[in-house]
Design a protein around this ligand. Structure first.
Ligand code: FES
Length: 382
């Protein structure tokens, strides 16, 4: 070695010498010492080098290695059990069962799904960590910097190393690890597949008519204030006023059924001067002295809406700016909604309270998947 020996020269010398096994630390230390000696400006303090490598218990004790193998296989083996538990909880656990933890309340099904899927992921991670820490080969390596291009011999070297790594990871010797890992990774996707069923039933025409297009409105159901369920008298509503309301029979429902029906049946009641609005002949008896009732659910993608401009009689949806003219059968005057706002036919009962004459005559809710009806809408059609 000469006086002008460069660091790069040392790196070149190291190429191909990528692996240093147990007991080969002198190579690392000698190399570092050489740099230290030759370049005292950059390395003024001697590098103590790597500490002595000590074998792990599993390197020297077969029983400990077997024990670690069982631990890894147990972690991986629990994953299919938990994945199946996820599917069982999803289908078998009632959605309205709750557990109380002091002041906290948890839905039993959500808790079961979260615990089973969370533990499955955790056990894959714990198995992998235990495998790496106790059983995979523990030799130290030095890899010198070099150009980014991969030579053919490097590629060949990589393939050989991968094969060697598989051997060193004891995948060939302890086959149960590989098999249990394959089982774990194959079944970890089961909860995700099962979760797809949560997107809802296939929306055939019949299914839509039975579910999303059906509301609890029917003849004689009173219109009541949202939240308080106070019935609404026609004489209590002023011209220009908007009232958020619900069907009276909503208060008989609970839990998910309550939320589902509320999302479809929510309404707004507005009072306008009957002499300044357009009421088609087919809807003459759908209103009470200028009091009209419409669905509160925007027909674009279903936001609940109540931004009311009483001078123009426009109802604005802040989500994507669909605008409905409530003085003209709820037609869309602006925005992406494809269908007019459904109108609920109303009248009054013997006590003067507002009641429904029937249910909605058209579906409430989103219409973004339908063609744009603004250009061929006939008043009274919606
Ligand atoms: Fe109303 Fe989009 S949801 S405009």
């Amino acid at each position: 070695m000469t006086e002008d020996h460069s660091i790069e020269g040392d790196y070149e010398r190291g190429e191909g010498d990528h692996r240093i096994g147990h007991g080969d630390h002198s190579i690392v230390s000698d190399h570092t010492a050489e740099i230290t000696k030759l370049d005292e400006v950059h390395y003024p303090v001697p590098d103590p080098g790597h500490p002595e490598h000590l074998p792990r218990l599993t390197d020297v004790d077969v029983k400990a290695a077997d024990r670690a193998t069982r631990q890894v296989a147990t972690f991986f083996g629990l994953v299919p059990v938990l994945a199946i538990a996820f599917a069982v909880v999803y289908f078998a656990m009632p959605g309205d069962m709750y557990f109380d933890f002091g002041p906290l309340r948890a839905n039993a099904r959500n808790l079961g799904l979260g615990v089973s899927f969370g533990l499955a992921l955790l056990f894959i991670g714990m198995g992998a960590v235990q495998w790496g820490r106790t059983l995979m080969d523990d030799h130290e390596m030095v890899d010198y910097r070099h150009g980014a291009a991969s030579a053919d011999e490097d590629k060949q070297y990589l393939i050989t190393e991968l094969q060697k790594t598989a051997d060193e990871a004891q995948l060939t010797r302890r086959k149960v690890i590989g098999r249990s890992l394959i089982g774990a990774l194959a079944t970890i996707f089961l909860p995700m597949l099962v979760g797809l069923a949560d997107l809802g039933p296939w929306p055939t025409k019949k299914k839509r008519a039975e579910t999303i297009e059906a509301t609890i409105w029917k003849e004689g159901i009173r219109l009541v204030h949202d939240v308080t369920y106070e019935p609404i008298k026609a004489t209590d509503i002023e011209i220009g006023q908007l009232v958020n309301a619900e069907p009276e029979n909503l208060k008989d429902l609970e839990g998910t059924a309550f939320l589902v029906e509320k999302a479809k049946a929510a309404i707004i009641i507005v009072r306008m001067n009957p002499n300044t609005i357009k009421i088609p002949d087919s809807r003459k008896d759908w209103q009470v002295g200028g009091i009209l009732c419409y669905s509160k659910i925007c027909t674009h993608v279903g936001c609940p809406i109540s931004l009311w401009e009483q001078q123009t009689h426009h109802l604005l949806c802040p989500c994507h700016q669909s605008t409905f003219d409530l003085s003209d059968s709820g037609i869309v005057v602006f925005g992406p909604a494809a269908r007019a706002l459904p109108q609920l036919p109303i009248t009054t009962d013997a006590d003067g309270y507002l009641v429904a004459r029937s249910g909605f005559t058209v579906p409430t809710g989103p219409s973004f998947f339908e063609r744009d009806s603004r250009h061929d809408f006939k008043r009274g059609d919606n």
